[in-house]
Write a protein that binds this ligand. Structure first.
Ligand SMILES: [Zn+2]
Length: 122
């Protein structure tokens, strides 16, 4: 898959999930609240800088978790809330994400994982 397309899809998925979360949890039906806008912009920036594009692993399984701790915690809550709801809101994106969770990792991801694992155990 081309990098631009992968990036665009990842961004759309993130925006959708933050949208579901904001509507449900922050009662902001029309647009994102300030806090969620900030999280969305941050998540998009992280995706733009993701070194594994276009074959990025799903973030939960990434050997380099690039979020700062506060944003990571926020995103975890967004995922927990929006994850099950995505199946109805965006079945195609959900299927794509599930497929990405199960397909073999790209060589680059495996190498990085092996390297970081070694660094931790030595
Ligand atoms: Zn919000």
């Amino acid at each position: 898959m081309k990098k631009d397309k992968a990036l665009k899809e990842e961004k759309e998925t993130i925006s959708l999930m933050i949208g579901l979360y904001c509507r449900g949890k922050h009662d902001h039906p029309d647009r994102l609240c300030a806090e969620c806008q900030e999280l969305e912009a941050y998540a998009h920036r992280r995706l733009e800088n993701c070194q594994f594009m276009p074959q990025k692993p799903v973030c939960a399984r990434c050997p380099i978790y690039c979020y700062k701790p506060a944003a990571r915690q926020q995103m975890r809550e967004v995922m927990r809330y929006a994850g099950p709801r995505m199946l109805i809101a965006a079945p195609a994106a959900t299927v794509r994400h599930l497929w990405q969770s199960f397909k073999p990792e790209s060589q680059r991801v495996r190498q990085t994982r092996a390297r970081t694992f070694k660094a931790k155990t030595l």
